[in-house]
Structure formats: C-alpha cells, structure tokens
Design a protein around this ligand. Structure first.
Ligand SMILES: NC(=O)c1ccc[n+]([C@@H]2O[C@H](COP(=O)([O-])OP(=O)(O)OC[C@H]3O[C@@H](n4cnc5c(N)ncnc54)[C@H](OP(=O)(O)O)[C@@H]3O)[C@@H](O)[C@H]2O)c1
Length: 285
C-alpha cells in the first residue's frame, strides 16, 4: 500500500475507503469487507451517521488499531470551540477509539474558527494525529490557514478526472497541505465507468475505467477514498499497484479536466441545504 508523509510527519495511505451514504445498518459489514480486502484508511464523518458502524468494524476486524488510519469530520451543527470539542469526544466514543488519525472540519460554515481551535486542541491532546479541512476554497482557505497555528495536513475536496483541482493544488502547496479526493469516481456520474477515453487506456493494461481513474489521481500525488458497498468493487478499486500509466496516458487524462465541480458550495441554496442538513437527516435533532 502506497503511503504519503503529511506535513507533520504522519504517514497516510494514498488509497482508502469512504463511507458516505453507507447506511448505519450496512456500515459495519462494509468496513469489515473493506479491511478484509486490504484497505487501511477509512473515511467517515459525523454527518454520515455511521460512525458507530465504523467503530464496531474496527474493534472487531483483528487489525491492530495502529495499522488503521481513521478519518472523521466535524459537522456544521457542531461548529464553535466548545461544541466541536464535545462532538469530537462523542465521535471518539462512537468510533471506539482514543484517537483518530485525521480530523477535518467538514464544511466552512458556522463558527469554523472556533471549530479549528477545537481541532488544534484535540491535536495537542493526542486525540487526532493530524488535522485539516474539507470544502474550503480560495480566500476562505487562506484566511483560516494564515490565522491559525497548526497548518492543515490535509484538504479534502471533490476531485476526479473531470475536475482535477489544479488551482487549489497550487495554492495548498505553500502550506504543505495534502489534497485528498472525495468523489474520486465522480460519484458514479458523467458516464465515468463507460467513458471511452478511460476505456481505451484501461484496455491496454486489462484495467477498468475505475482503476484507471484512481491510478491517475494517485500518480498526481492525490489521496483517494472511493466508496462501494460491493466487496468485489472494493477489491477491484484497490487493485491498482500492478500496472503503470504512461506519461502519454497521464496527459490524455489531464485533458479530461473540465474545471467544473459537481457540487458548488458557493451556491446560497447549497449553503441553506447544508446548514439544515442534519435537521432533515438526523433523527435525533
Ligand atoms: N468531504 C466531503 O464533503 C465529502 C463529500 C462526498 C464524499 N466524501 C468522502 O469521499 C468518499 C468517496 O466519495 P463518494 O462516495 O461520494 O463517491 P465515489 O467514491 O466517487 O463514487 C461512489 C459511487 O461509485 C460506485 N462505484 C464504486 N466503485 C465502483 C466500481 N468499481 N464500478 C462501478 N461503480 C462503482 C458506487 O456504487 P456502489 O456502492 O453501489 O458500488 C457509488 O455509487 C465518500 O464515501 C466519503 O468518505 C466526502
């Protein structure tokens, strides 16, 4: 398993397993399957409402905790220093662990300065081995980072062959921040699994479109966390160490970048949706 060293020296696997939209009922089975086929990085979030399933799986899987790399994210409704600190303890309890390997602010809404202070405190107390951000762009990213003590180790953004995040990749270099791709398979949209360009490349190596798309991201130095509820797809998405993309293949895929995101977090309607997200999705609120 390829790893990358973060800006604080922590080693992180470059390919992991994400559990967005994996139901609480199915999550334990999915994470156990993922670990059994070889994943060691698991990406969850408070807002996925499946941290308990991840916790159950990691405590049963038989792989020592220090060989796993666990990520969670603080949701908007837990923004602010005191709220976020309480929610981090709650996440650790649900995840049945004393620490996460990576703790992110999920969205740049609410009192995210307070949230980041809680992340810094959790980092200093050993509750998180690394901290970072998700869905922060441009000036919002720079403003927070310039004003905080611990530089984010990771920035998690929508990134895939159709949206390669060139501008943000340049910007975060200054802080040694590592890009982590969410939606690395474009969430299954835009015909990614039947795309002719990816297929022509994959056919040369006996690889699927998904494998080519993931290999491209890793070659670009981007961490990827594909999700699937199917064990055979989990295994296939992970089986990308046994082939190489040529520089010509890489250039061909670079040209697939549209520069457009599927999810526009600057859209006011999206902001309203996210701010009210857990009122709609969390049965406890
Ligand atoms: N920070 C954020 O705001 C944010 C936002 C979104 C996601 N994420 C994280 O990133 C992870 C990945 O993103 P994502 O889940 O949105 O999308 P994704 O991994 O790009 O795509 C998942 C979709 O692709 C399908 N799929 C996966 N492998 C396949 C294969 N080999 N062949 C055919 N279909 C395949 C899955 O279906 P099946 O499950 O039916 O196989 C699912 O519909 C999430 O799980 C989450 O951990 C973070």
């Amino acid at each position: 398993m390829k790893t990358i060293k973060l800006n604080n020296g922590v080693e992180m696997p470059m390919l992991g397993y994400g559990v967005f939209l994996v139901s609480p009922e199915e999550c334990e089975r999915c994470v156990l399957d993922a670990i059994s086929v070889g994943y060691r990085l698991i990406d969850t979030a408070q807002a996925y409402y499946n941290e308990e399933g991840v916790g159950a799986a990691i405590s049963k899987c038989g792989v020592p905790r220090n060989e796993l790399f666990l990520t969670t994210k603080v949701w908007i409704s837990n923004a602010g220093e005191a709220n976020a600190a309480r929610s981090i303890d709650e996440s650790l309890h649900k995840l049945k662990t004393d620490y996460v390997d990576l703790l992110l602010i999920h969205q740049p809404f609410g009192d995210y300065y307070g949230t980041y202070r809680a992340l810094e405190k959790a980092y200093k107390e050993g509750k998180a081995r690394a901290i970072g951000l998700s869905n922060f762009y441009d000036a919002r990213f720079v403003d927070l980072v310039e004003n905080m003590e611990v530089k984010p180790a990771v920035l998690q953004l929508e990134t895939h062959v159709f949206s390669q995040q060139r501008k943000m990749r340049e910007l975060i270099k200054d802080y040694g921040t590592q890009l982590m791709a969410w939606g690395p398979l474009a969430q299954g949209t835009d015909g990614i699994f039947t795309n002719e360009t990816l297929k022509a490349i994959g056919d040369k190596y006996g690889k699927t479109n998904a494998q080519v798309a993931l290999k491209f991201l890793l070659n670009e130095g981007i961490v990827a966390i594909p999700k699937s509820i199917h064990k055979e797809r989990m295994a296939s998405n992970l089986a990308i160490d046994d082939f190489k993309l040529s520089e010509e293949d890489m250039e061909t895929i670079r040209k697939m970048d549209t520069g457009k995101l599927k999810v526009d977090f600057n859209d006011p309607a999206m902001a309203k949706y996210l701010i009210n997200y857990d009122k709609n999705f969390n049965p406890n609120k």
